[in-house]
Design a protein around this ligand. Structure first.
Ligand code: KMH
Ligand code: ZN
Length: 315
């Protein structure tokens, strides 16, 4: 259970490139092995405990190519001891098999497990569609109104089994309160072993909004529903300014937080971030200001080791 005392540590995750944003939206979206590795290494050096990763090819197109995923993980491990978390959420249109490749090819310490099916609207407002340079990006914006993210109970059981087989620790992603109840079901039926790390993902249209009030309400529900099966609780809020505002509140509450380009391109109202380091530095400063030390890899090790051994993590 997350403690709120002054000495509890907060895990800071940097979400380097995501699978939703389009490269045409910002020249700074890391694309290709070298750029993604460099950004992940820099984010770790700037203070991130964990880097959260998706595959993108040199043009910035989301990719589930196993060699690309493996090269990203290997490149980071050569230069940094930052904890590697790969997405099994993938990108719109990816099959379940493609989404699972991140675990099989990159063998990360952590992987995301998205807890429910939902509307998943990236570009709902026709008037605000980004100007894009490629046909594949145009096809994504034209999917507006039809965006869904499918995670049935049956698929969740298959994903959970894959985590278990590969000895990879899951980071559960809850976009709404019902997803927390799904985590309860997966633990009670034995598909997942508690206690689990849970991240509240706020601000995706189709899920809970990126409001501080929502963060506080879902935090209460996570503690009520999961109790001692909650190893830690974090927040990833999308968009400016709520990503860093929710991170500040999370640190004050003894929660973990995720920042980075995946969830917000803008670092100020006027400007896109040139690097994920800007988000990490801002979050480190917020944590220091509220007296919340950022966790090192060693803090996560019991949770990671338990997954490797297939045992319930120790508190
Ligand atoms: N881009 C986030 C809103 C995942 O990678 O598994 C969703 C996400 C899911 O991070
Ligand atoms: Zn992601």
């Amino acid at each position: 259970m997350t403690r709120e005392d002054r000495y509890a540590l907060s895990v800071l995750t940097a979400a380097i490139t995501g699978g939703d944003i389009l490269p045409s939206q910002s020249e700074h979206v890391p694309r290709g092995v070298e750029a993604i590795v460099a950004e992940a290494v820099a984010a770790g050096a700037a203070g991130a405990t964990v880097v959260h990763l998706h595959g993108r090819d040199d043009e910035g197109r989301p990719s589930a190519d196993p060699s690309l995923l493996a090269e990203i993980a290997a490149g980071i491990r050569e230069r940094s001891d930052v904890v590697i978390n790969f997405s099994t959420g993938g990108s719109p249109g990816m099959s379940e098999e493609e989404r699972l490749r991140s675990l099989e090819a990159a063998r990360p310490e952590l992987g995301t497990l998205n807890l429910g099916t939902m509307n998943y609207e990236l570009f709902p407002d026709r008037a605000r569609w980004p100007q894009v340079r490629t046909d594949w990006e145009q096809a994504i914006v034209e999917q507006s109104g039809n965006g869904t993210f499918v995670n049935t109970l049956a698929s969740l059981r298959r994903f959970a089994a894959a985590f278990d087989d590969l000895g990879i620790a899951p980071e559960l992603e809850a976009y709404d309160i019902g997803h927390i109840a799904m985590a309860r079901q997966l633990i009670d039926e034995g598909s997942l072993r508690g206690p689990v790390r849970l991240q509240l993902v706020l601000g995706v249209l189709g899920g809970a909004p990126n409001a501080v009030e929502t963060l506080v309400a879902m935090r209460a529900e996570a503690h009520r529903i999961l109790g001692d099966d909650l190893a830690s609780l974090g927040v990833a809020a999308t968009g400016y300014p709520m990503q860093l505002r929710c991170a500040a509140v999370a640190f004050a509450l003894g929660m973990d937080a995720r920042v980075g380009m995946e969830d917000s391109l803008r670092i100020t109202r006027q400007r896109h971030a040139a690097s994920n380091v800007e988000f990490v530095e801002a979050a480190v400063a917020l944590a220091r200001t509220v007296g919340r030390p950022i966790a090192t890899k060693q803090h996560l090790e019991p949770y990671l080791a338990a997954a490797r051994r297939g045992l319930a993590p120790s508190h």
